[in-house]
Design a protein around this ligand. Structure first.
Ligand code: PLZ
Length: 445
């Protein structure tokens, strides 16, 4: 039982072990080469802050399956709720014979997302699918076409979301042509922006470009991650998001917050928009919503979400009953286990340790993030030049020590930490110790 998984790192073979090596050979023979893996080990069990591989190695989890299993893998309430649902029925299709779970998830999302206006929700399977549908809703509501996304943005791998995503490799290369009427605006990136530029000035820069190159009268929506994920855990300067919202409201442009990676307590608030009292018109959620089951949602102003004609939104599996049962159990777990506070405490512990590391290692250019969404940006000593090679080397060495850690960033030079909120302080500290050792041992000249 994963709930009883011992919460200790333990390596019993080299990483990868013999069974993982064997399975990797089968993967290579059977699975599309386009699907990469961060680590060369195969999972057998997971729970709390540990992922156990098929060779019996227990790894510290600083990834949460990319910010998904925030409440812990196979969290007890989720297991129980899904078990009950799987015995009742697995699928009827909400568009054929609806069921209560979908409605209950919509009610919950309408209640807990920022803003006390009248809201509606619609459920999907993946973050990308939900982002696409948020754009459809914005276009139906405004009767305009254009969409603006930001530098370093990540919104998915479908055709429209590839267009919204900024980075070419590995997401877009060779996969065009992309959806039209997508424009890009400059992000607020405090570490790389002019030091004198505050959030409002960064917003003014973006708005000026949007007005000159697109025109508010053509613009249906602006899509933004309140803290960027794949693009490098970029936290915009304070004031940036509120200024964009204000401009959107004044110009009949739908403000879409993509909280796929930041949502559900990850950043030390239920939603990252709350840190700056930002109330998005539409909020897109996925990942952490259902404890690992595939579910995503668009929630927002009733008059906007109701703009598409009847039958205009849907999908066979959207709001699958197992995923809905898991989502309700996830929300209950976040509440009952005070996981918002837990995320704040994890942030304090991590930031404190990483700032101390930064103080005597000038290769750590920036330490940033909120709650349990923290990153370090690695640069060449004494400069701000990105060091993707060092980043890769540190990540690989950490993997070999039994720490699951991910990289990200436009320049490939960001180590990101997304531990489950169910991780213990001991494992968290041990993971940071390993990182410190790995950094010290890697390429320091
Ligand atoms: N919006 C902000 O972070 C997914 C992508 C991993 P899906 N991020 C992880 C990869 O390499 O494919 C993400 C996100 C933000 C949208 C998405 C897309 O969510 O559930 O992967 O479609």
């Amino acid at each position: 039982m994963s709930a009883d998984l011992p919460q200790h790192r333990e390596l019993v073979t080299a990483i990868p072990g013999p069974r993982s090596i064997e399975l990797m050979e089968r993967k290579t023979a059977a699975v599309a080469q386009g699907v990469g893996t961060t680590m060369p080990v195969f999972a057998a069990e997971a729970g709390g802050g540990i992922v156990k591989d098929i060779d019996g190695n227990s790894l510290i989890d600083f990834g949460s399956g990319i910010a998904v299993t925030s409440i812990g893998n196979s969290a007890p309430r989720v297991v129980e709720a899904v078990r009950a649902q799987v015995e009742a029925f697995t699928h009827t299709c909400f568009m054929v014979t609806p069921y209560e779970g979908y409605v209950a998830v919509a009610e919950a999302l309408n209640a807990i997302t920022p803003g006390d206006h009248l809201k509606r929700s619609v459920l999907f399977n993946s973050g990308a699918e939900a982002v696409e549908n948020a754009v459809k809703i914005a276009r139906a509501y405004t009767k305009k076409d254009a969409v603006v996304a930001f530098d370093h943005a990540y919104h998915g791998r479908t055709n429209l979301t590839m267009a919204l995503t900024a980075k070419n490799m590995p997401y877009k290369d060779g996969f065009g042509p992309f959806a039209p009427e997508v424009y890009r605006a400059p992000m607020s990136y405090p570490y790389r922006d002019d030091k004198a530029m505050d959030g409002e000035q960064a917003a003014a820069r973006a708005i000026d470009q949007i007005e000159k190159q697109v025109g508010a009268s053509n613009l249906a929506a602006l899509v933004i991650e309140p803290i960027q994920g794949e693009g490098g855990f970029v936290v915009p300067a304070p004031g940036f998001l509120p200024a964009l919202v204000e401009w959107c409201t004044a110009n009949n442009v739908v403000f879409i917050a993509d909280e796929v990676q930041t949502g559900f307590a990850r950043t030390g608030a239920l939603f990252a928009c709350e840190h700056e009292d930002v109330v998005p018109d539409l909020i897109v959620t996925a990942k952490g919503i259902a404890g690992g089951l595939p579910l995503a949602a668009v929630t927002g102003r009733a008059e906007m979400v109701d703009a598409p004609h009847a039958g205009g939104l849907g999908g066979t599996y959207g709001g699958n009953p197992l995923a809905c049962a898991a989502a309700l159990a996830t929300l209950e777990t976040i509440r009952a286990e005070n996981l918002i506070e837990r995320a704040q405490d994890i942030g304090t512990l991590m930031l404190d340790r990483l700032h101390r590391l930064q103080a005597d290692d000038s290769r750590i250019g920036d330490v940033r993030g909120r709650g349990a969404m923290i990153a370090v940006e690695l640069v060449k000593k004494g400069t701000t030049d990105p060091d993707p090679d060092l980043t890769k080397a540190v990540a690989t060495a950490a993997h070999q020590q039994g720490l699951i850690v991910l990289t990200c960033g436009t320049y490939g030079n960001v180590l990101r930490f997304l531990p489950p909120l169910a991780i213990s302080d001991e494992l968290l500290t041990e993971g940071l110790d390993l990182l410190a050792e790995t950094l010290a041992a890697t390429g320091r000249s």
